[in-house]
Design a protein around this ligand. Structure first.
Ligand SMILES: Cc1cc2nc3c(=O)[nH]c(=O)nc-3n(C[C@H](O)[C@H](O)[C@H](O)COP(=O)(O)O)c2cc1C
Length: 223
């Protein structure tokens, strides 16, 4: 118990806003928040700002489940202000950075929380910013995969359906399978936010492999 408390204090010190992907391993995973893509790869965005978020934890887990030669870089949504159309032609620097990072990634992985049977406002807000101004959407034609975690039995299935609908409107090219719906999250992650459910890890591994294959296929498809 004492060890656990010490780990939490260390996590808090490193990033008050959430998991650092340092789950007490001797060789901690560096989530790479804000470091930019080292290899062209996947940009990961989690739709929760909550300290101890299951969705941030799922995204951290995904970082260690990517296929060889791929990488997930993270973009935390903490610094994105509320969207105001008055400002869309001169967006805040956090939004400029978000759009830049989406554009330079080969694909995106969105890990959504479910709030009131839909996606959380913080995620929709970021999606809206990056889609504007009209004609300058960073999402257009980008390949994408989605997943999500919740403590309940439905595991964000309804939020993911709404996200799919939004992505059609944005012309994001969405991977269809597998559906990664992480229900009963309290038992699939441990107290340190580490994903401990092997079948879920396998599913995320498959999702990421499919995303990388899909992205390669669509970018090398003959005209
Ligand atoms: C405003 C609000 C609405 C919620 N609605 C749902 C819901 O519709 N479906 C669901 O499975 N969980 C719902 N929850 C519970 C969230 O799934 C749970 O808080 C989850 O841990 C949030 O994701 P996070 O861990 O990534 O922060 C809701 C929570 C809040 C605060």
């Amino acid at each position: 118990m004492r060890v656990r408390l010490i780990q939490f204090q260390r996590l808090e010190r490193r990033r008050p806003g959430g998991w650092q992907c340092d789950f007490g391993r001797p060789d901690p995973i560096d989530c790479g928040v804000g470091q930019g893509l080292r290899q062209a790869g996947i940009l990961g965005i989690a739709g929760s700002l909550r300290r101890g978020s299951y969705n941030q934890a799922a995204l951290c887990a995904a970082k260690s489940l990517v296929p060889e030669n791929s990488e997930i870089d993270l973009f935390p949504l903490d610094g994105i202000p509320l969207f105001n159309e008055d400002d869309e032609k001169r967006p805040p620097s956090s939004v400029v950075e978000l759009k830049k990072r989406i554009r330079s990634a080969n694909s995106v992985l969105i890990v959504t929380t479910e709030y009131n049977c839909s996606i959380p406002g913080v995620l929709k807000n970021a999606i809206d910013w990056a889609s504007r101004p009209h004609g300058d959407s960073a999402w257009f034609g980008k390949s994408a995969a989605i997943m999500g975690a919740s403590p309940g039995a439905i595991g964000t299935a309804r939020a993911q359906q709404h996200l799919r609908q939004i992505f059609v409107a944005l012309n994001l090219l969405l991977l269809n399978t597998p559906e990664v719906v992480i229900a009963d999250a309290a038992h699939r992650f441990n107290e340190d936010g580490k994903l401990i459910h092997e079948p879920t890890k396998e599913l995320i591994r498959e999702l990421l492999k499919n995303l990388v294959d899909f992205t390669r296929r669509i970018s090398s498809a003959p005209a």
